[in-house]
Write a protein that binds this ligand. Sequence first.
Ligand SMILES: NC(=O)c1ccc[n+]([C@@H]2O[C@H](COP(=O)([O-])OP(=O)(O)OC[C@H]3O[C@@H](n4cnc5c(N)ncnc54)[C@H](OP(=O)(O)O)[C@@H]3O)[C@@H](O)[C@H]2O)c1
Length: 322
Amino acid sequence: MNIGIMATGGIAKKMADTINLMDEVTLYAVASRSLEKANAFATEYGAEKAYGSYDELLSDSKVDLVYIATPHHTHKDLMLECINKGKNILCEKAFTINKKEAEEVFVAAKAKGVLVAEAIWTRYMPSLYLIKSLMTKIGTITSISANLGYKISQVERINDPKMGGGALLDLGVYPINFALMVHPEILSGISGLCVKAESGVDIKDSISLRFSDGVMATLFTDATTTTNRRGYIYGTEGFIEVENINCPEEIRLYDSSRVPQLLETYKITVKTGYEFELLSCKKAIEEGLLECPEMPHAETLRVMSLLDALRHAWNVKLAEEA
Ligand SMILES: NC(=O)c1ccc[n+]([C@@H]2O[C@H](COP(=O)([O-])OP(=O)(O)OC[C@H]3O[C@@H](n4cnc5c(N)ncnc54)[C@H](OP(=O)(O)O)[C@@H]3O)[C@@H](O)[C@H]2O)c1
């Protein structure tokens, strides 16, 4: 399967490295707003084609999947352009700025019959199956906690509301997705607090989710600090500790003693972690599916509506909302 990468920034480079470690997919083309950057990227990562505009990439009939690696505020329009040209899409998170934009994309994709997948890589990782199997050993699930923080508050696209900035859309999506994927129940309550940057975007968020079965998730994100990135799933008979919810490295099972005892440790190995979303897209395209089972459109919309609700409560307006 030939991949065309749209953009040449940080995550585009990580994806190019990933593709080059895989046999199942090929780094065929790269497109940038600058031909110079596209040429440099193609030379460094070995892409056959380099385009100096995103549009040219979409006119290349050999591109089977477009990977969109641009800032959030550009995702909707770029996806609509891909759909218009009949291209399958893997688009970075945050999928769009809000739920309304995501719905517009899904309606257009369905009408055109192309695959659209959200590149929320943690959803596609096989470590989720290990976590789910360990969850059968800890009794009834009672609560969940997770955090993710990196020092990125000074990065332009994080600090600028016009570019869809803020901690929630960039980092907060990970603890939220962690809770929703390990415990896919209906939500009965959402609340949160944030601290804002001078630009008006949220920069530290504390989020509580209450599920209809009484399970509580307590989540936080911080764009000013590196946090321990751990996730916990607590049950009546023990708990599970996930080292690095951004790309699980180790998963530990504890009992429910007053001083919890470590029962088992599982090391997780991946190429980079981004390979799984590519494999899922490839399989979905081969099977004629328009969405990936690991992250169905309904689930992207569920996350987007949650993000909308939190930002509405905080009065954080982004991109065209601002
Ligand atoms: N899944 C993950 O682990 C992960 C990690 C990091 C980021 N991401 C996501 O990937 C996206 C990009 O993040 P990044 O860290 O790679 O950003 P970045 O380093 O700033 O790169 C973004 C690239 O997008 C292109 N672009 C198109 N329109 C742009 C605009 N108006 N302003 C700036 N750049 C524009 C540029 O490429 P050209 O100049 O070549 O056109 C730029 O190099 C974000 O949505 C982010 O949430 C995901």
